[in-house]
Design a protein around this ligand. Sequence first.
Ligand SMILES: Cc1cc2nc3c(=O)[nH]c(=O)nc-3n(C[C@H](O)[C@H](O)[C@H](O)COP(=O)(O)OP(=O)(O)OC[C@H]3O[C@@H](n4cnc5c(N)ncnc54)[C@H](O)[C@@H]3O)c2cc1C
Length: 547
Amino acid sequence: MNSINKEIMADYVIVGAGTAGCVLANRLSANGKNTVVLIEAGGRDRHPLIHIPAGFLRLLNHPSITWGYKTAPEAQASDREILFPRGRGLGGSSSINGLLYVRPFTADIDAWEASGAAGWNFANCLPYYARSETWQDGQDARRGSSGPIQVTRVSSPPEVCTKVMAAGKELGLEMVDDPNATTHGPSIWFYQQTRQGRTRSSAARGYLWPITSSHNLSVLTDLSAQRIRMEGEGSQRTATGVECRRDNGQTVFVKARKEVILSAGVIGTPRLLELSGIGDTNVLDNAGIRTQVPLGGVGNNLQDHYVTRLCFRIQGVETANERSHGAALAKEVAKYLVTGDGILTYSAAVIGAFASTGLADRSDVQFVIAPGSFKEGRIGELEDKPGLSFGVWQMRPESRGYVHITSNDSAQAPTIAPHYLNTPLDRQTVVAGLRIGRELAKQPSLTPFVVGETLPGPDADSDEALLQYARDNGSTVYHGVGTCQMGTDPSSGAVVDANLRVHGVKQLRVIDGSVMPFITSTNTNATVLMIAERAADMLLMQTHYPA
Ligand SMILES: Cc1cc2nc3c(=O)[nH]c(=O)nc-3n(C[C@H](O)[C@H](O)[C@H](O)COP(=O)(O)OP(=O)(O)OC[C@H]3O[C@@H](n4cnc5c(N)ncnc54)[C@H](O)[C@@H]3O)c2cc1C
């Protein structure tokens, strides 16, 4: 950036007002002493569909509220470019996500510590899950009752849900009341949502709205971070601030007295590091950027959950489809406005299940069960006729992909290559998961109501046909993580240490979903909230784990 139009300064400069950035802005400014600037490329979270839970279905490819990313075509996913939504604007992805609140398995977080992320075990992290939430049923040993994020049970699910729950039990899944407080064997349960009454409880609403008038916090929207400015050489290299640009060309330098914190998410954070010359030398050379800090792991280790949906035609019991058209929909809208209830408070799914294919030592597929069926089997518009859909995804895929810039033009989207289905185990697990879904639909409590399987349909009977269906139709379930993984050894791909400090640069941290060394078995938002809560404590208390 040649000339700077404006310069401002704060103790902490946070890039990205998504799930993690909102937590940090709140916690770091709470003592009234630290000054904090929060920089967000998108706008304020004013769009009404952000706040209506079911609005999620209409926002996945929104031109200004998302980044419009697509994956690179990859052979294992039939060379398709798959929409890879990421939120843009206050709340980030928490403003457009499916609202499903699911904590990880104990072993998921313990594996982080075992891989070199000192201190990141489940027992240490549990208090931070509780701190971030207000759970509808109140506090207990695991759950919180005074956090900014409201966590609520799904209200008034359609009748087909009781049949699915009973079918799950018949299949041998344990019916669980609170999946976030129990162990994680094969089980079926109603999802909990980040929702308060009729509205989404995003990170922005929970953490940012109450403090927007704080004297020591500045929230700068429609301002895009372009480059981290650094000074000093070798081991003394230090981040001093962030160069930013507005759409009108105005440039702003935000100087950090204490630290620069990157919370720009699984795509935005490695992208900004690479644009700043921090990353793999080959990648940077190819993009025409001079390497300032060689750090081979930046952008690698991309992990995600790849979902494939089975759809069924249903009769004789109420589903969401009938409630989503014509006069019934008008009634639902009125109900929502008057009581804050009904199908407009649903989001991605209503029932969830953990199941075991036998290919791993514990549950290895999650079902996202919607009491309705979508056109072409893809999440979005509901079909006119009654239906049911079971999305299934492998919880701990082996495949690892990457996100890298290909140009020094900060306006150009990076290449996103998730490498879905790249290992035999991942392919076998998806096929086995689809077969479990079929078994679920054949249980006595459901068979009277299932007219037939519409997708992929009974003709897709062989493993090959099911795999081909998954390749042709699967998509992200939006849980991309891992592109700046925590660990001790940069030569083995670690980007940040256990204190979330970028290896080789002082006063620069990454605090968002990109630091996860391994993806959680479950949905990721609860864990990103936890990471940011814990990191804020580390910063405020100056806790440091040995490098
Ligand atoms: C469509 C969708 C559905 C999902 N559904 C669920 C769900 O139901 N349950 C669940 O647990 N998880 C879900 N997730 C995942 C979950 O929401 C994410 O894991 C979590 O929000 C990630 O938080 P983050 O802080 O890492 O990044 P984000 O929340 O994505 O925040 C990154 C922020 O940084 C900003 N930014 C990026 N680059 C720059 C830049 N250069 N300058 C300034 N700002 C920048 C972005 O605009 C964004 O606001 C979903 C995600 C999506 C996208």
